[in-house]
Design a protein around this ligand. Structure first.
Ligand SMILES: NC(=O)c1ccc[n+]([C@@H]2O[C@H](COP(=O)([O-])OP(=O)(O)OC[C@H]3O[C@@H](n4cnc5c(N)ncnc54)[C@H](OP(=O)(O)O)[C@@H]3O)[C@@H](O)[C@H]2O)c1
Length: 159
C-alpha cells in the first residue's frame, strides 16, 4: 500500500479538521498521483472534502467505527478490513488523516510526502520519516515555490 500526505516543517498536517495552508501545486500533485486508485480515508477527513462527497475517479474507502453508511464510500470498520480491500485493488493509497496515517503507516511501503516549507500551528501530525530508520528518501519528484512558500514532492520508500 502507498500513502500520500502534505507536511509542514514540523510534520504537522492539519488543524481544526482542515489544512491551514494548502498549495494548488500540491492539490494537482494529489489529483494526479491518486487518479484511478483506491483511496482510504478517515471519517473526520471526509468532513473536509468539498460537499463531503467522495473523490471522483477513485474508489473511496472510509474508515469509521460509528457510521453505518457514508454515501459514495465503501465503509470499513478497521484498518485490516481496508487493507483486505486494498489487496484486491491495482493501486491503493492511504490519504489520511492523522489517526489513519498512524495506524496504516506500518502497512505501507511507499510514501509521497509533499514538504510545504512553512511553519503553521497544527494539532495533527504525521510521523517524521526523516527520523525513522525504516524509511529513506529516495527521490525528489518535483519542487517549486508558490506564494513565497517553497515545496518539494518527496518519494520515500520502506528500506
Ligand atoms: N496534510 C495532509 O496531507 C492531510 C491529509 C488528510 C487529512 N489531513 C488532516 O488531518 C486531520 C484529520 O485527522 P484526524 O486524525 O483528526 O481524523 P481522521 O484520521 O481523518 O479520521 C478519524 C476517524 O476515523 C475513524 N477511525 C480511526 N481509527 C479507526 C479504526 N481503527 N477503525 C475504524 N475507524 C477508525 C474514526 O471515525 P468515527 O469517529 O466515525 O468512528 C475516527 O474518528 C485534519 O486536520 C485534516 O485536514 C491532512
Amino acid at each position: 500500500m502507498e500513502l500520500i500526505v502534505a507536511v509542514y516543517d514540523d510534520w504537522g498536517i492539519g488543524k481544526d479538521g482542515t489544512q491551514p495552508v494548502a498549495l494548488s501545486a500540491d492539490r494537482k500533485f494529489f489529483r494526479e498521483t491518486t487518479r484511478g486508485a483506491m483511496v482510504i480515508v478517515g471519517r473526520r477527513t471526509i468532513e473536509d472534502f468539498p460537499g463531503q462527497k467522495p473523490l471522483p475517479g477513485r474508489v473511496n474507502v472510509a474508515l469509521t467505527r460509528t457510521a453505518k453508511e457514508i454515501p459514495g464510500f465503501t465503509v470499513c470498520t478497521s484498518p485490516e478490513e481496508a487493507a483486505e480491500l486494498a489487496a484486491h485493488a491495482e493501486r491503493a493509497m492511504v490519504i489520511g488523516g492523522g489517526s489513519i496515517y498512524r495506524q496504516m503507516l506500518p502497512m505501507c511501503d511507499t510514501a509521497y510526502v509533499t514538504k510545504v516549507h512553512t511553519m503553521v500551528e497544527s494539532d495533527t501530525y504525521f510521523p517524521n520519516l526523516d527520523e525513522d530508520p525504516a524509511w529513506s528518501l529516495t527521490e525528489v519528484l518535483q519542487s517549486g515555490e508558490e506564494n513565497g512558500i517553497f515545496y518539494e514532492m518527496c518519494l520515500y520508500r520502506r528500506k
